[in-house]
Design a binder for this molecule. Structure first.
Ligand code: AMP
Length: 190
């Protein structure tokens, strides 16, 4: 298996670039944000628990997130590998993912860090909200999500840097140019 984490703040382009990676490398996409939104729209038990948390722009507790993620991986035993988008978002999640994959004789092969600055994030999310209508894309909730990123999620980077797995890619510019760097980085790590 080849397993990849795509990492970056809200609005870094993780979803957009994930679609391109999937098309070229045939990996299974796991976006915990998409999964939570699906649970909310289907009004499942998980959906009921996380609805307000997402609306507030806060992180869902690790216990719920990790269990949901592991179930999704287990459901797809025959794929070539996974692209984890929006997960892990805490060091605890990263550790749990390592332990879980180790138990399957697997590992994270590469962490792609999309490098963007805060001005770009804010512009992109304002644009996205016009199309997606995502409640957590509004300016006030976005501030919360960026806070969560810089207080909790950023610490995931040194965790993977210590394992020598992080490659930083410039996330500003044309989608195609960014993707070209991503594609080369993946090929080199295979
Ligand atoms: P995203 O679509 O990745 O921006 O995620 C949307 C929202 O889902 C986040 O703001 C969190 O509330 C929640 N979420 C998604 N992934 C995680 C995660 N790995 N840990 C905790 N909360 C998450």
């Amino acid at each position: 298996m080849y397993n990849l984490v795509i990492f970056g703040p809200p609005g870094a382009g993780k979803g957009t670039q994930s679609e391109k990676i999937i098309a070229e490398f045939n990996l299974a996409h796991i976006s915990t944000g998409d999964m939570f939104r699906m649970h909310i729209s289907n009004d499942t038990e998980i959906g009921k628990k996380v609805k307000q948390i997402l609306a507030d722009g806060l992180l869902v507790p690790d216990s719920i997130t990790i269990e949901m993620l592991e179930e999704e991986v287990t459901k797809n035993p025959d794929v070539k590998g996974f692209i984890f988008d929006g997960f892990p978002r805490t060091v605890n999640q990263a550790e749990a993912l390592d332990t879980f994959l180790e138990g399957k004789g697997e590992k994270i092969n590469l962490v792609l860090q999309l490098d963007v600055n805060q001005d770009v994030i804010k512009e992109r999310i304002a644009e996205r909200q016009k199309i997606s209508g995502r409640a957590d894309d509004d300016a006030e909730k976005l501030v919360k999500r960026i806070d969560e990123y810089f207080s909790k999620t950023i610490h995931v980077l040194p965790f993977y840097e210590n394992q020598g797995k992080v490659i930083k890619v410039n996330g500003i510019g044309k989608i195609e140019d960014i993707y070209s760097d991503i594609s080369s980085a993946i090929k080199e790590s295979m």
